[in-house]
Design a protein around this ligand. Structure first.
Ligand code: NAD
Ligand code: ZN
Length: 251
């Protein structure tokens, strides 16, 4: 870590002390990269450099379900087998220690909860459930996976009505889930929003920082919020958060 990052982390530790109990966290795909899940936008590695985002849209699901589900299996596979990394663990520790009161995530991988975070709002859905597009019955995601993998069905079906089962993740073209409103409330009630591992390019989540009185950003690459933020630190989230936790007296 550079001396510059060290100084900025010290300043971030001070900021967290000053906002202990009223800090909310917003995470994106970058926090889970060290768990082996590629993000979307990192040049050369991100998912969008290898496929067209519209292949995971509602339009694709309705128009070409076979291709859509094939893509789902490829795209979701790393997240289904992943384990939390040090970054997820540190954020859970910051909640336990009383610095952070809640966490909003764009990720669908469930790794914050797996690491022990309690107050988590998932604004893009999750990989735990699937639901019928017609009668809206909910199933565990395993049912959808079982039909695709073991039964070799090209489009998973609802056993009640025969409708198509879809994963409960927010696709391009979907309305935002009700949890987005909870996320907005969480940000509106914090005094500091700590953003970790998000490009802040995805709408409408990128509107959330504007609701926070102060913003701090920890991310590998530059984000549109760096200039406005109270402070930003560039680098690997797991490494930076580990050092931050030490500075705050945790382990
Ligand atoms: P993004 O791909 O737009 O941005 C990720 C950011 O993380 C980039 O700016 C990159 O610089 C940074 N980053 C990469 N590795 C990092 C690391 N080790 N430490 C710190 N920062 C790192 O991701 P986004 O802003 O979350 O938006 C993309 C959308 O993709 C989200 O809606 C999310 O739902 C979805 N997504 C989720 C997962 C997941 O569940 N793990 C994975 C990929 C995409
Ligand atoms: Zn049904």
């Amino acid at each position: 870590m550079t001396d510059g990052s060290q100084t900025k982390l010290q300043a971030l530790a001070e900021l967290l002390r000053a906002h202990a109990g009223s800090t909310a966290v917003l995470t994106g795909a970058g926090i889970s990269v060290d768990s082996g899940i590629p993000d979307f936008r990192t040049p050369g590695q991100g998912l969008w450099t290898r496929m067209d985002p519209m292949e995971l849209s509602v339009e694709a699901l309705r128009g070409q379900p076979e291709r859509f589900f094939q893509r789902c299996l490829e795209v979701f596979a790393p997240a289904l087998n992943a384990r939390p990394n040090r970054g997820h663990q540190v954020l859970a520790a910051l909640e336990r220690m009383g610095f952070v009161f809640g966490l909003i995530t764009q990720n669908i991988d469930g790794l914050h909860q797996a690491a022990g975070s309690q107050n988590v709002v998932e604004v893009h859905g999750n990989l735990r459930n699937a639901s019928c597009m017609d009668c809206h019955r909910t199933y565990p995601l395993e049912e959808l996976l079982h039909q695709l993998r073991e039964k070799q069905l090209s489009r998973p079906q609802c056993s009640d009505c025969g409708g198509i089962l879809r994963p409960d993740v927010t696709l391009f073209g979907d309305a935002m889930p009700p949890d987005f409103g909870r996320g907005q409330e969480m940000v509106a009630s914090c005094s500091l929003l700590l953003v970790v591992g998000s490009s802040l390019e995805v709408s409408p989540v990128n509107s959330l920082p504007a609701l926070a009185p102060q913003v701090a950003v920890v991310n590998l690459d530059a984000t549109p919020w760096d200039r406005t933020a109270r402070l930003y630190v560039r680098g690997n989230a797991s490494e930076l958060l580990s050092s931050l936790l030490e500075m705050l007296g945790g382990s």
